[in-house]
Design a protein around this ligand. Structure first.
Ligand SMILES: Cc1cc2nc3c(=O)[nH]c(=O)nc-3n(C[C@H](O)[C@H](O)[C@H](O)COP(=O)(O)O)c2cc1C
Length: 439
């Protein structure tokens, strides 16, 4: 079976996604596909063809054949990518592409970061897609039913989207240290009528298997992982289900691990980032390194497409990341005040307050390094908190909930990156478009 586009015949691999728009989707078993690449490139250049494809060898190709003559034989026989019929057609459609992301339909290289704990709403994800970018639902801290509901909401809007999960990388707390810390911070709970000494030690995996099962049974376009690289079998299964797999890394060595496990793309997260560091070794506070330098170092280790994240707050930041080798930028903090953000009122107020609180990397709230606006809690307990994720997250959670209800910013994890003073209260799509306005 061959697909004819204009005067050209594509190999039997091109799956019409939307013939009216000349949109095709192809899955390649091999990167060795110069003949097809050449045909596609000329069609793309002529504006005749929209095409996206994935490759099962851990890399995505731009689809633009290079240095290959028009008559080159098609040396490999790519196989048809099986679409999951349960997905909305808009999730499958493939407009003109220049990278793995644009092959999915992302036309603006800016991504709304997953932000668990409230800020990442379905509306934020839909708004990011509306700007031509890509947004992520934050799967962390949710049970599988709540996540499924959010996915359904976004899916029904017909836009492209991603789902982010915390990959298990337990950092079990020392029981004596846990009790000591609970006693130390108990007065902060008491301030809101919460007895932190009554909180047990919870070492759960955030419903990992159920969430993976959900994402395999009802595949989504993109899945991203942070905290660790999951078992390669998980990545393989997701990719076989047609999902693009993105891994957050914070160092060149983590990038290598992610590439070896089969990730399609990497989020390269610098320590300037708001929220938890994605580090695989949370025992160590991530070394301070500027994002462009980190991108360069990761690029030397892997050839996967890189998404820059961490402290990006202005159009100039984004330009610099692209110059340093990123194919897209991912932002979290600058969206916290967006109309569609679900950040709590005290979180918003702390970001916009007259005084610049500054940020600090702390494990006081969750037992794992995360960057937050400074407040009473980080000032008092950053140096006293033991390692222990997720036990410390569960320990401080009732205090944080009560503090949010009481509009008390001093006992809340005010996650924010170094660019927090650039956050603006306006529609997310406008924020994202402004960020890429100098590209
Ligand atoms: C409030 C908040 C929550 C976050 N939650 C998550 C999360 O659930 N999963 C994740 O991979 N990253 C999370 N992050 C990190 C972001 O994905 C991203 O790496 C970071 O926001 C980029 O840096 P920036 O905040 O300076 O833009 C969070 C960041 C913030 C600010």
């Amino acid at each position: 079976m061959a697909a004819t586009v204009g005067a050209e015949t594509l190999p039997a691999v091109a799956v019409p996604v939307d013939q009216a728009k000349n949109a095709y989707w192809v899955h390649l078993d091999s990167l060795d596909h110069p003949g097809w690449g050449e045909v596609a490139a000329r069609q793309l250049d002529a504006g005749l063809l929209s095409v996206g494809f994935t490759c099962s060898q851990g890399r995505h190709d731009s689809g633009r054949g290079t240095g290959v003559s028009q008559s080159s034989p098609i040396r490999s026989r790519p196989t048809v990518r099986q679409h999951d019929d349960k997905r909305h057609p808009a999730e499958r459609q493939a407009p003109p592409m220049t990278s793995a992301l644009s092959s999915l339909g992302v036309s603006t290289p800016v991504l709304a970061a997953p932000m668990a704990g409230g800020p990442s709403t379905s509306a934020l994800v839909i708004a990011a897609a509306g700007a031509g970018g890509l947004g992520f639902l934050a799967g962390g801290y949710k049970d599988v039913e709540a996540l499924a509901e959010e996915i359904d909401q976004v899916r029904s809007s017909g836009v492209l989207f991603g789902v982010n999960l915390f990959a298990p990388n337990p950092l079990p707390v020392d029981p004596a240290e846990f009790r000591r810390y609970a006693r130390t911070i108990a007065p902060e709970g008491q301030a809101h009528g919460v007895d932190l000494l009554a909180v047990g030690t919870v070492e759960d995996d955030d419903h990992w298997s159920d969430k993976i099962e959900l994402l395999l049974s009802r595949p989504v376009p993109v899945v991203s992982f942070t905290f660790a690289v999951p078992d390669p079998a998980v990545i393989t299964s997701l990719r076989a289900a047609g999902t693009l797999v993105i891994q957050t890394v914070t160092s060149p060595s983590e990038a290598l691990l992610a590439a070896e496990a089969g990730a399609d793309m990497l989020v390269v997260q610098a320590p300037a980032a708001g929220g938890h560091s994605g580090t695989f070794t949370p025992q160590r506070t991530p070394a301070d390194i500027p994002l462009p330098r980190l991108l360069g170092e990761v690029r030397r280790n892997v050839s996967l497409p890189l998404i820059a994240a961490g402290g990006l707050a202005t159009p100039t930041d984004v330009v610099q990341s692209m110059r340093a080798g990123a194919t897209a930028a991912m932002v979290g903090t600058v969206l916290l005040l967006a109309d569609e953000s679900g950040a709590s009122l005290p979180h918003r107020a702390a970001l916009t307050g007259p005084a610049d609180r500054g940020t600090v990397v702390t494990r006081a709230f969750t037992g794992r390094p995360a960057r937050a606006l400074r407040n009473r809690f980080t000032d008092r307990y950053t140096d006293l908190a033991p390692l222990g994720y997720p036990a410390l997250h569960h320990l401080t959670s009732p205090m944080r909930r009560a503090a949010i209800a009481a509009q008390d910013p001093e006992r809340i994890n005010l996650w924010a990156g170094t660019g927090h003073r650039h956050a603006t209260a306006e529609p997310a799509a406008r924020i994202l478009r402004t960020l890429v306005s100098r590209l």
